[in-house]
Design a protein around this ligand. Structure first.
Ligand code: DGL
Length: 278
């Protein structure tokens, strides 16, 4: 059965970082409805095994499909790196991750073909960015590093803090010898500390954020499949989270760049097993 073009776009992230992708979607496709699911109760995904992330992602997609979404954006780099390829084989609904759009943007951004990639431990261990970049451009040389402390620093709201700067220096100073001209921010949270990252790596290094390119990919898919909304009024966003952490609204609004009106807590187990829970 063909989906309804007026149905919402489902967006998933392990937490609220995926709202950076939602922000880009709202700029590019202002008439689309968005249903967002942040699996805040189980964050971080970046320190978990691929098997666990795959299990979580299956449950999250099942929840979004119950909301009758027309496509799903996996706005989490960790899930896109370690679990999405498997789900692309299983799912019929159009699925877009952030990894391929990010790799494409990096391949376009580099002149010297020397690229840095940073992300969670799971993303970097998977080697998924390397594989995607080499497929696009086999001559690219890649420096990569996991930066696991960035996620809690961003969640804490320490976006401009000296501690975040010192942490970034510790992780990124070694990249100076590699002489990259582009750095992939391979985690939903990192665009929020891009000013600090740029201060450390220098302004000759272009920071590549997959959110913009992912929104462009979503638009292409909707148009190609005739699923672009024909509504002439602005779309809204419904935010579901599996837990409402302290500072959620404050940090979430910073990600989104606008106030969040509706945030609902959802019990995934109750929804998926008993059909209740929101
Ligand atoms: N959303 C994750 C990512 O983009 C970061 C947070 C986490 O570790 O769950 O990789």
């Amino acid at each position: 059965m063909k989906s309804n073009p007026r149905a919402a776009i489902g967006v998933f992230d392990s937490g609220i970082g995926g709202l950076t992708v939602v922000h880009e979607l709202m700029m590019r496709l202002p008439n689309e409805e968005i249903v967002y699911l942040g699996d805040t109760a189980r964050l971080p995904y970046g320190t978990k095994s691929p098997e666990t992330v795959l299990r979580f992602l299956r449950e999250n997609l099942a929840f979004l499909k119950r909301k009758n979404v027309k496509m799903i954006v996996v706005a989490c780099n960790t899930a896109s790196s370690v679990a999405l390829p498997k789900l692309l084989e299983e799912e019929k609904i159009p699925l877009v991750g952030v990894l391929l759009p990010g790799a494409r943007a990096a391949a376009q951004a580099t002149r010297t073909k020397r690229v840095g990639v940073i992300g969670t431990t799971a993303t970097i261990r998977s080697g998924a960015y390397e594989d995607a970049l080499w497929k696009l451009e086999p001559a690219i040389k890649i420096w990569s590093r996991a930066c696991p402390l960035f996620v809690p620093l961003v969640e804490e709201g320490w976006h401009g803090d000296e501690i975040t700067y010192m942490t970034a220096k510790r992780y990124l100073d070694p990249m100076a010898d590699f002489d990259a001209d582009a750095l992939v921010l391979g985690c939903t949270h990192y665009p929020l500390i891009r000013t600090i990252i740029s201060r450390v790596v220098g302004d000759k290094v272009k920071l590549v954020d997959s959110a913009h390119e992912t929104a462009a990919e979503v638009q292409r898919i909707l148009e190609k499949s005739g699923l672009r909304s024909d509504h002439d009024r602005p779309g809204g966003i419904t935010v579901y989270v599996t837990d409402i952490p302290y500072l959620f609204k404050e940090v979430g609004e910073r990600f989104l760049g606008r106030p969040m009106e509706r945030v609902e807590r959802v019990d995934l187990e109750a929804v998926l097993v008993n059909g209740s829970g929101t």
